[in-house]
Design a protein around this ligand. Structure first.
Ligand SMILES: [Zn+2]
Length: 163
């Protein structure tokens, strides 16, 4: 059985591993960026390697992220849903670079509607990739399809922002 807790990345991702070793735990959860803001953080492959390669050295067998609390895929506000998707895609990309195997995600708030309505919005969002996308899902498994779609969508947005 693994024993773990949330550890801080203040001062750099490596500090979370130092803290894990100090605590004697073998599993950690981290925020990959400041959880209070929408602003994204890009992590280079070098930064990722500097975190994931020494995991065994610090005794960490399992490392995963906690997505920011602002994410609300069940929101009635389409702007919030779009921001949530953007943030989730960015989180998945940071997880890939940092070698984090999972992310913990709170689905968000139902707003004035019922939880059932919010769950339906979340499912539609997952299925379509993002609001307004009318293309039909391909043959890939739903998760893979969404991940690829979100990733493309996010990279496209970043690309456009940098033009
Ligand atoms: Zn949580």
């Amino acid at each position: 059985m693994l024993l773990g807790t949330h550890v801080s990345i203040a001062g750099g991702y490596l500090n979370s591993l130092i803290e894990a070793k100090r605590l004697g735990i073998d599993a950690i959860q981290i925020f990959t960026k400041n959880q209070r803001f929408w602003q994204e953080k890009l992590v280079s492959e070098e930064e990722g390697d500097a975190f994931k390669n020494p995991l065994p050295k610090y005794g960490v067998q399992q490392a995963f992220s906690h997505a920011i609390y602002l994410i609300s895929l069940g929101s009635e506000n389409e702007d919030i849903v779009q921001k949530s998707l953007l943030s989730l895609v960015a989180e998945m990309e940071r997880c890939r670079v940092l070698g984090l195997t999972h992310t913990v995600l709170h689905p968000g708030f139902a707003g004035k509607g019922t939880p059932k309505e919010a769950i339906r919005r979340i499912l539609v969002t997952y299925k379509n990739g993002y609001p307004g996308n009318k293309r039909k899902p391909g043959k890939n498994p739903p998760g893979e399809h969404c991940r690829a779609r979100f990733k493309y969508w996010w990279k496209d947005r970043i690309h456009r922002r940098n033009d």
